[in-house]
Write a protein that binds this ligand. Structure first.
Ligand code: ADP
Ligand code: MG
Length: 471
């Protein structure tokens, strides 16, 4: 086996062990540049990937290599080497190898606080931020990194360090209230204020982009519209899923994207789902969104939630006992925005009473939030039961590998409803529904969305099922 065959076989192993997004992101441009006396040198195209492989995937790679060769593998080294088909110009565009930020940097190095800046500069900064819709509330410094968001965070940080040179575009997706806007804003803040770069870093919601475009058409000013967006150095566009079904806006975004990308201008996109799962998104846009890096944010675990709530409380000069932060993080499951809402409510009451609140009082105060969610304790199990009853099909059969038409339809309906109602990640849905691959789930969700549009029966089924779930 030569080194190339060895690496191909190893990649085959790795593909089975990793999610598709991680596999393509980290192993896309890798190879084995030498194998001698049990020492393997893996070539990667940039330092960011090198560090990530060293830190996160070393053991997995070692295991995969050992599985495919009978030679003893003693050591793996990673080296940054331009790919043979890369032109010299392109490799110059690789990220600055020495200065890449480490993951811990944002917590160690706090943003320059406003009062440290001279008055003039402060005014200039504020103007910059207003012009570009950047909100100082959201920075890397106050973003808590957990397992659920570490990839998105690291990628956002790398992008803010060398915009247009690391991953372009960067596509971040995840459910509501999990920090996508926060990361996009943090990129803008870091470039404009912390790094004080003269780069036009524009944050825009997809809605705003759409409205801008529509009024440009109405006023016959599309030229101005294109000019505005093409002049930016970094475009941060939030909630791109809302571009679904808006053909003309998609066209406008396509041209804007191409123009920026060709000039090595950074584009960062957020969405509540991966590109392929955005309904009615033109294929050419899907494929562009997949050019760079796709990073997901999932729901945080308990420790991360506690860290977030404590950091938010600290920002507001409010102190929480560990008992209370633990309680809040347990009660509020999935959405950090809700966690923050609960905290604000508590602070409000505490100020009214002019004292710290006891756990019992807190339980009462936030009961409205939890009562709301208790009224409909929507779970995967409930969805399974409801659909199984509705179609009169046994749950075992739905979960089984059997591909009979009626089973497949019920299964797809379940996957769709879990995704719609609970915003569960595709891999988790796949796991819950008989250990299926996340691509199967994405396919199922697309299929049902499509049918809802074209098939009255399916539309009614879904409507009735939703009513049942919420009654
Ligand atoms: P999204 O855009 O994904 O819906 P946001 O970025 O608006 O979510 O986040 C909702 C709230 O939760 C914001 O106030 C944000 O600061 C906070 N938040 C989310 N994730 C984190 C995190 N990892 N660390 C600190 N705050 C967070
Ligand atoms: Mg948002």
């Amino acid at each position: 086996m030569d080194t190339q065959q060895l690496w191909q076989a190893t990649l085959g192993e790795l593909e089975l062990l990793l999610s598709k997004a991680n596999f393509t992101t980290w192993f896309k441009n890798t190879g084995v540049s030498s194998l001698r006396e049990g020492k393997v040198i893996i070539s990667v195209s940039n330092n960011f990937t090198k560090e990530w492989l060293e830190k996160k995937y070393h053991q997995t790679i070692l295991k995969a290599l050992r599985n495919v060769t009978n030679q003893e593998i003693k050591e793996i080294k990673y080296s940054v080497e331009p790919l043979p088909n890369q032109s010299p110009v392109k490799s110059e565009l690789e990220p600055n190898l020495e200065n890449r930020p480490t993951e811990t940097e944002p917590t160690k190095k706090t943003a320059i606080s406003n009062n440290q800046l001279a008055g003039e500069e402060r005014k200039k900064n504020q103007k910059q931020l207003d012009n570009f819709n950047i909100n100082t509330r959201y920075t890397f410094g106050n973003f808590i990194v957990g397992k659920n968001n570490e990839l998105a965070h690291a990628a956002a940080l790398a992008v803010s360090k060398s915009p247009g040179r690391t991953y372009n575009p960067l596509f971040i997706y995840g459910g509501v209230g999990l920090g996508k806007t926060h990361l996009l804003q943090a990129i803008g803040h870091k470039i404009l204020i912390e790094n004080n770069q003269e780069k036009k870093t524009l944050y825009v919601s997809c809605e705003k982009f759409t409205n801008d475009f529509i009024s440009a058409i109405q006023n016959g000013q599309t030229k101005n519209f294109y000019q505005k967006y093409r002049l930016v150095d970094i475009l941060l566009i939030d909630d791109i899923q809302f571009i679904s079904r808006k053909e003309q806006t998609q066209e406008a975004f396509f041209h804007t994207f191409n123009d920026l990308h060709q000039h090595n201008k950074q584009v960062v996109i957020s969405s509540d789902r991966p590109p392929k799962a955005i309904a009615d998104l033109e294929h050419r846009l899907v494929s562009r969104f997949e050019w760079g890096m796709i990073a997901d944010i999932s729901t945080p675990d308990l420790e991360t939630k506690i860290a977030i709530i404590e950091s938010k409380a600290k920002e507001k000069n409010y102190s929480l006992t560990p008992e209370i932060s633990n309680y809040l993080a347990t009660v509020i499951r999935n959405n950090i925005r809700e966690l923050e809402g609960a905290l604000n409510k508590i602070i409000g009451y505490s100020q009214l009473k002019n004292r710290q609140l006891k756990l019992e009082e807190i339980k009462e105060i936030i009961s409205s939030i939890t009562i709301n969610s208790q009224k409909k304790p929507l779970t995967i199990k409930l969805i399974l039961n409801t659909v199984s009853e509705y179609f009169d099909i046994k749950i075992e059969d739905i979960i089984s590998p059997c591909r009979k038409k009626n089973l497949a339809e019920a299964r797809q309906t379940i996957m769709y409803l879990i995704r719609e109602e609970l915003k569960t990640s595709y891999p988790v849905i796949g796991q819950e529904i008989g250990g299926r691959d996340h691509t199967t789930v994405i396919h199922a969700c697309d299929k049902i969305s499509e049918k809802i549009k074209n098939n009255n029966k399916v539309r009614q089924d879904i409507e009735i099922l939703k009513q049942k779930l919420h009654s």
